[in-house]
Design a protein around this ligand. Sequence first.
Ligand SMILES: [Zn+2]
Length: 389
Amino acid sequence: MPTTSNQRIERSRRAILDALNQSFPATRQELSRRTGLAPSTVAGIVRDLLANEMVQEHEAADHAGRGRPSSRLSPRRLPGYLVGIDFGHRHVSVALASTAQEIVAEGRVTLDVDASASNALDRAAVLVIDLLDRARVPAGSVRRTVAGIPGPINQATGKIQSATILAGWAGIRPRQELVARLGGEVVIANDAELAALAEHTHGAGRNVSDLVYVKASHGIGAGLILAGRRYAGAYGASGEIGHTLVQEGGTQCRCGQRGCLESVVSIAEVWRQLIAAGLPPSERPDDLFLDALVHNPVVARIVTDAGRQLGRVLSDLCNALDPAMIIIGGELATAGEPLLEGVRESLRRFAQPAISDRVQIRSSTLGPRAALIGALTLAATTAEAAPAR
Ligand SMILES: [Zn+2]
């Protein structure tokens, strides 16, 4: 389908706003350099953004009288606040932030999110109301709430659409449920997709237009940024790599199949293997982070093997998508280099050399908070696009 001139302008407008949100104030020349857009295109779009009060302009203070001062631009800060919610399989985290995404307060509870959707939604709502109380922010000043869910969401119906991946949530419409509990504007997205957006905007994948983010935690899911945009798939179920078969007749997975990637390399399975290998209990911290343990060669070998299994599935994904970068996040990624080495080994073996020679494999720079930060990023961009109330 040919790109219409409207789509081209919208893409350029988005690129300018993204560049400005990432670093400001900035001159028109700087925006042109950062986005690769022609100075005349930048000037035209900035004129529209100023007319619509989406950016503001200030004269440079350090003008020493040589030539015309070059004025600088900043995003116009919308009044109000944003709420981000991250439902993991075993926790709920919430954050309250300004519209410029500066976090004001955060909260977290550990609970079995999969077991009961209504309980998890209730707990999330209580956490949000508590944050608003503590920060003395009236509920009416929340411009947008974005919640990440660890499963596929049907974009057309808003329902959690898998009876196998997130069984306790099947058929639930989380947007309506959260609106009933919190009011206001609510947007729901897949958690790995939000984490991909966060890494693309603020983390390891800044300025990388084609990337795959892998959330390697209790579940394994991928979020895609393709041609600079989030890609959810036709029905919102892209990136469900956790249920790819890797071991014929292997361990029973919660989806009903045997030998899924998720049943072989989830953080819980890696911990089970560490304990079976006789890891002394004194070395086991309360959380599931691995960074303090990988100096132990047994731990490093188990983690590298998990990386190889993950890399086997990522090789097929790379052959199909040719991403510039793979970012691995979630608790498993806290193992760092030994995990990445296993992933790289499989890519060298199973992906096309033209792809494996170039694709960069990185750990998440935002860590296990990536999905929560992504929820705030999506809240900021969708609130910005919406007309002021
Ligand atoms: Zn499965």
